[in-house]
Ligand binder design. Structure first.
Ligand SMILES: Cc1cc2nc3c(=O)[nH]c(=O)nc-3n(C[C@H](O)[C@H](O)[C@H](O)COP(=O)(O)OP(=O)(O)OC[C@H]3O[C@@H](n4cnc5c(N)ncnc54)[C@H](O)[C@@H]3O)c2cc1C
Length: 420
């Protein structure tokens, strides 16, 4: 076999990896059980978040911790019956969010985020997807003085340290800038550099079309049938078995189904999220998020998409509509929205790693198998940037970003657990 690869998972991460491998002369087959961009990469807030130079930390502030534990806020919720199952991961997440470790982790995260726009630009331009993308940034809203003060301090730090542009708006300036906003806010931060996408799933599909136009194949199949050959990998698909020299696991929140069965014990967990579209014929100059309250207002193709914050629960547990109901209530306070477009809200899972960095690199106990998952809150943003990094490493090129912070072997790895 020549230079060939199977990419398992057709979300933003898998499709971007497939395209970057193809750019390096690989013969690539993308395998998904559905069409590309139908899962987490469909249901997100559609922001390409250049401003997200730090990952979401677990709160260390005692007041916030108490609020989370008592389920008082709408931004974070947890499923009580799943608490024992998710607790070990949450403890690791909390530990990694301590100031010293978080500083080092953020350094690794920023190294990826800084390439997010330029790497999307390449793919947007090559796929002709400019019609799906706006360059108007987004506005972060604050209801309380405390939240606004902390937010502005953080924004100034981001501008100083990372050159991330922002504008601080007082209540009156915000009202003038966004006349559709009914509820007065304490203040806001406007981030001009991020992009917003009016149909996130459609952008992934455009990138997949680009890959197909370049000679790539997209086939339906179950990644769990992946098997090791003497010199490569094979997977069962609707076109029969497909084999290649290398394989990439880019299954987002489902990566653990495969890595766990192969014997890897990564500290993976999910933060679930919900969205629902509402009829609305108003206008916002930029999407809005109130992170403290846990609601995002995103003008999209299907209507105004309202998304929620994070829910700690097992991936496949039944949905709880509490946060979606809360976010809809908040959205109605803020904008004059109409009825819901869908009968039932969408639910999905952010694929998280306890140290807040994606896992990118070759599997330590399986030659030719590559890991590429765990992008948490920013996988839609980071897919093209980490797709390039993963493809460069697979092709044996010098990586354009130092891959050390994302290496799979940063987690305890017991070689004796693997058959030779
Ligand atoms: C409410 C919400 C809002 C968000 N907002 C943003 C945002 O604004 N910006 C941002 O950057 N990120 C955002 N995110 C995070 C982002 O959506 C994810 O990080 C990203 O979509 C992960 O992409 P992925 O390709 O890794 O996973 P996915 O998009 O989930 O792709 C995984 C693929 O694997 C396939 N698959 C799974 N199991 C199998 C199997 N056994 N066989 C074959 N195929 C399989 C699935 O069908 C799927 O297509 C948000 C997430 C949520 C939930």
């Amino acid at each position: 076999m020549g230079r060939s690869a199977l990419v398992l998972g057709g979300g933003m991460v898998g499709v971007s990896t497939a395209w970057h491998l193809q750019q390096r002369g690989y013969d690539v087959v993308l395998v998904d059980r559905r069409e590309p961009g139908q899962e987490t990469s469909y249901g997100n807030a559609g922001l390409i978040q250049r401003e997200a130079v730090e990952p979401y930390a677990f709160p260390h502030d005692l007041l916030k911790l108490a609020q989370v534990a008592l389920r008082r806020g709408n931004d974070v919720n947890y499923r009580f019956s799943d608490l024992l199952a998710v607790a070990p991961r949450l403890v690791e997440y909390w530990w990694n969010s301590g100031p010293k470790r978080y500083g080092t982790i953020s350094h690794g995260f920023e190294a990826l985020i800084r390439h997010s726009l330029s790497e999307h630009d390449r793919m947007i331009s090559a796929s002709g997807a400019g019609d799906l993308v706006s360059h108007e940034g987004w506005t972060q809203l604050f209801r309380t003085e405390k939240g606004f003060d902390e937010g502005t301090a953080r924004a100034r730090h981001f501008a100083r340290e990372f050159g991330v542009e922002n504008r601080i708006l007082d209540s009156a300036t915000l009202s003038r800038a966004e006349p559709a906003l009914i509820r007065p806010m304490t203040g806001a931060i406007y981030w001009p550099s991020p992009y917003s996408v009016k149909d996130p799933g459609a952008l992934v599909q455009r990138y997949a079309d680009l890959f197909i136009a370049g000679g790539g194949r997209v086939v339906h199949g179950d990644a769990k049938t992946l098997a090791n050959l003497a010199h490569g990998w094979t997977v069962e698909t609707s076109d029969g078995p497909v084999s290649a020299e290398q394989a990439v696991i880019a299954l987002g929140p489902w990566a653990s189904d495969l890595t766990g069965a192969m014997g890897y014990r990564f500290p993976l967990f999910v933060k679930r999220g919900y969205h629902r579209h509402f009829k609305w014929d108003g206008h916002l100059n930029a999407p809005m998020i109130d992170t403290d309250a846990g609601v995002a207002l995103l003008p999209m193709e299907r209507g105004l998409r309202v998304t929620t914050g994070a829910e700690f629960a097992q991936r496949d547990a039944p949905p709880s509509w509490k946060q979606m109901i809360g976010s809809e209530h908040l959205a109605r306070e803020m904008l004059d929205i109409g009825e819901a477009v869908e009968a039932t809200p969408w639910i999905g899972s952010r694929p998280c790693v306890a140290d807040m960095l994606p896992i990118i690199g070759e599997a330590p106990a399986h030659t030719g198998l590559w890991f590429h998952f765990g992008h948490a809150h920013q996988g839609f943003t980071l897919g093209p940037a980490t797709g390039r990094l993963c493809a460069e490493m697979m092709a044996g090129e010098a990586p354009y970003i130092d891959p050390m912070p994302y290496r799979p072997t940063r987690f305890r790895f017991d070689r004796r657990a693997f058959p030779v």
